[in-house]
Ligand binder design. Structure first.
Ligand code: PMP
Length: 348
């Protein structure tokens, strides 16, 4: 594939020797001397051997991911959070001094990874109301011809949702690898995950850290056409995903009804919290994710909330005075609003 970095072109995927065996003496693994009962206690089943390397292909997990998304497991790679997936894509496609683009503001790690890999990060400004102008992205991409375009949809930190037709327009106009980071897509509509086979250059990223509430197990995945999946598999580290995460992830993805129920609850709370924030002298932006972005005109709002034991996300530079708050439970949201009202009252 043309877009792949020169240094990656000749690579082959790590060959994990995963065949049935009677005696396993091929991978220098130690014996399980410390936790003899671990599989029993956690009901992991007989296949769970803590002393053997995990399934390098995460077969069972990817099957569940495929079922969850409605796509073949051969179009999926799983890894340590979508963070690892972002890094893997950059590692595969973007060489030193090559350009990668995204809207700004967006997920901060895009430009951080760009720096780490000595790439040239180009941010395309949002509109004043933090809506995103895809025609402007297409125009800039036409001028710069970046290796990679990262689209966070819904966007972190603003919660703005780009319509699916606009993403399709971008894909029809550019030749770059387009990554759509759908970390928060369960809370919105318009996933591109089932469209990956239509395009030669589309990668969709998902995570279990948000709608599935499993940030601690570090599990994310990418969905793309098989050509891209095969290339990225050549770059992926051997056994990148631990067995415990593979197991819990597979169990979790079967619980679709519970996930849908939780997402509905968050959306309801999002409406409640947006309404309540809107009653305060704040500018509140419509969110399609599990957080709300707002500006308050109070520079140290986060510090004052912290004194009351409440943490929200603050920003610096152009976004000083803007905040992002995760939608909590009704009790948490009510406490937050109570504290904010107090701060606003003292501000007068
Ligand atoms: N993408 C976006 C847009 C995010 O907001 C986050 C987490 N804040 C991530 C990716 C990373 O998520 P994880 O590594 O937990 O899957």
């Amino acid at each position: 594939m043309q877009k792949v970095k020169e240094s990656v072109k000749g690579l082959k995927a790590y060959n994990a020797n995963q065949v049935p065996f009677r005696i396993k003496l091929d991978a220098n693994e130690g014996k399980n001397i410390l936790f003899k009962d671990i599989s029993e206690g956690l009901s992991f089943g007989e296949d769970f051997n803590i002393n053997f390397y995990p399934d390098n292909d995460a077969v069972l997990l990817r099957k569940e991911m495929g079922g969850y998304i409605g796509i073949s497991p051969s179009n999926i790679i799983a890894g340590n959070g979508s963070s690892e997936m972002i890094e893997l894509v950059i590692k595969t496609f973007v060489d030193k001094d090559e350009a990668m683009m995204s809207f700004v503001p967006s997920f901060s790690m895009y430009s951080v990874f760009s720096s780490i890999y000595s790439a040239d990060f180009i941010g395309v400004e949002s509109n004043e109301d933090f809506s995103l102008d895809m025609d402007l992205m297409i125009k800039k991409a036409g001028e710069i011809n970046p290796k990679l375009i990262l689209i966070c949809n819904p966007n972190n930190p603003t919660g703005f949702l780009i319509a699916k037709k606009d993403i399709e327009k971008l894909l029809s106009e550019v030749d770059s690898i387009v990554v759509v980071d759908e970390a928060y897509m369960e809370f919105a509509e318009g996933s591109m995950a089932q469209e990956v086979l239509k395009y030669k250059n589309l990668i969709v990223l998902r995570t279990l850290s948000k709608a599935l509430g499993l940030a601690a197990i570090r599990l994310g995945y990418m969905i793309s056409n098989e050509e891209i999946i095969n290339i990225i598999n050549n770059v992926r580290s051997p056994y990148n995903l631990n067995a415990v995460t593979q197991y819990i992830g597979a169990m979790a993805l079967r619980k679709k009804d519970e996930i849908t129920g939780y997402v509905e609850e968050v959306k309801k709370e999002r409406d409640f919290l947006s309404g309540e924030l809107g009653e305060l002298p704040f500018e509140v932006y419509k969110s399609h994710a599990n957080f709300i972005f707002f500006s308050s005109g109070i520079d140290d709002l986060d510090k004052r909330l912290k004194e009351d034991g409440i943490l929200i996300r603050s920003f610096s530079g152009d976004l000083k005075g803007y905040y992002r708050v995760t939608v909590g439970s009704r009790a948490e949201n009510t406490e937050l609003i109570k504290s904010l009202k107090e701060i606003v009252k003292n501000e007068k």
